[in-house]
Design a protein around this ligand. Sequence first.
Ligand code: ASP
Length: 361
Amino acid sequence: MVRRHMPSLAITLLLVAAGGHARLVAQAAVTGSLPNVVVLATGGTIAGAAATDVQAGYTSGQVGVQQLLAAVPQAKKLATLRGEQISNIGSQDMNDEVWIKLATRVNELVAMPDVAGVVITHGTDTIEETAYFLNLVVKSRKPVVLTAAMRPSTALSADGPLNFYNAVAVAANKDAAGRGVLVVVNDWIHGASSLTKTSTTAVQTFLSPVSGLIGTVAYGEPEWYRGPVGKNTATSEFSVDKNTVLPRVDIIMAAENMDGALINAAAAAGAKGIVIAGVGNGNMTKPALDALAAQAKKGVVAVRSSRVATGQVGRNVEVDDDKMGFVASLGHNPQKARVLLRLALTKTTDPKTIQRYFDEY
Ligand code: ASP
């Protein structure tokens, strides 16, 4: 039962090595046309701007999709690009309205025979959640690739332009199909279920710490290592449409001397599910366990995850999940567990079925 894995703006445009996209360009020369890739912009630092090119302070979501496209003209040799603005927000403000709009639009686009793939520009703060959400609700094997940047578009050595270029290359690449929703940042191709943000400021912030990378991409040239972990996209049983209302699920972090007050407050605020970012292997104090079990008995679905950066939260290890009616998050960190639980709750409140979802997705 253990899950396997657990803008210019771009004032500084990076030079694209001549050989990097040779195969794609050659492929286009043979077929006579480039693949169509649609760029959906949501905001984030990749569209951020600062008053100078060497300062920490900046504002996310200042640059529109047309400026983003114009900042990386090299990408036009990889694919025929068109852009749409879904939102222009810092991803700390990501919300259900944008998620539903984004998922609905991605599903419309990937159903169009002439669309080869989709690139989504996003902030780094919550990209792992949006990617995992899309991984569960996009109904296609076509490449859907999120990208982001740690430095605003106006910064010295902005990382956005090359990340965008590489994301377009991956979305235009036939071998990206069937690998689930991907995230391309800093030359690495991550699976939506595996990546997590690990540094508040470093350009190399994203890791897939347990199951590793899906591949790498250097100047538009992907190299593939593996397929996705867990069911996803075309094999997912979850779906949303414009009328979907996602149930409330709160994340509560465990700590020394924890009581049940926040657990009870979450339920009182209307949470249908609670994810505990537990200590160690999804543990928490006895008073917290008792409060969680009492809420589980009343029908609130309780998932034990961990505040620890890597590793599994196993079922019935130090906590008797069977007796208490809990779900173990296995390889899902608290933020991914919350996404899966919200979608699971659109189908059932049965902890056994939800445990199966955590095994399989
Ligand atoms: N706060 C920004 C965001 O998530 C950070 C970034 O994009 O790097 O939109």
